[in-house]
Design a protein around this ligand. Sequence first.
Ligand code: FAQ
Length: 308
Amino acid sequence: EDTYLEGHFDAVIEANDRIEPRDWMPEKYRATLVRQIAQHAHSEIIGMQPEGNWITRAPSLRRKAILLAKVQDEAGHGLYLYSACETLGVSRSELTELLLAGKQKYSSIFNYPTLSYADVGTIGWLVDGAAICNQVPLCRTSFGPYGRAMIRICKEESFHQRQGFELLSTMMRGTDEQRAMVQESVDRFWWPALMMFGPPDDDSPNTAQSMAWGIKRDTNDDLRQKFVDMTVPQAEALGVTLPDPQLVWNEQRGHYDFGSPDWAEFKAVVKGEGPCNTQRLAHRQRAHDEGAWVREAATAYAEKGVRA
Ligand code: FAQ
């Protein structure tokens, strides 16, 4: 029977079709998906913090409403992804415990501080821009619930990216001081944004197997290149300089050449030694503790059953 089921799995992968939760799958396929989807879900939830930092200090009612809505969208993305992960047999509360115990990761990018309001625009433009580049191909991932969650998430991320670009272009049309704020913010976020795509392909232990299983559709380096190619013209339109002296159009390759991020810094941030790792997890733990009464009340209500 096992060979029959394995044959079915291989045929679905071969045909670029979807594996669904009740289909047989290799244990390692399941484990890889739990790892990646959980890391992605945690990123959305922890990713609420850097921008959330500016909600009470937004410069106008309009900017505050936009930012509030954007941060709420991230919470929604986290919930779609935890639900997708639950179809693989792990509960959201187990995943939260693993995050809080430091046993599962979240994206390195959210361990950097947001020091000015321009960072809200830069995160929308560069961080959501990188997220879209990485996530559009994931709409075609081989695991059904993950791919379907990605379709909805990508629609909202595109809107977030436009929001960031619009904020920055408004500031670039403002005073010299505002233009300097934008440039300073882009200088800080450019390299960490490139690190979002993960280590270089020759140092990425998971890429080969994840590509073979159709979990990932592109390699880390290919997506990083795509992001640079799409972002340079946007930087020109904004009038900001990307902080990379090696950034230059390569006619032969038909792509931009660019410098290498500081991979030692990346490794340190992933290990927990970034500027805000401790603060981010402590904040998440506090929110979890303060929400205990909500979980208890919801459980008590569910136990009573629904009465018409
Ligand atoms: N940060 O072998 P690979 C967002 C880990 S967007 C931390 O290449 P893989 C939207 C990796 O887990 C951000 N850790 O791994 C938003 C592995 O460790 P492990 C979230 C990283 O999985 C915007 C090890 O390094 N997006 O949230 C990072 O094949 C604004 C070796 O790496 C996603 O998660 C990193 N940057 O490729 C929200 C997208 N990179 O687990 C709020 C889905 C790698 O073996 C505001 N994920 N690691 O111990 C993916 O596409 C992949 O998982 C990659 C990594 C490409 C991130």
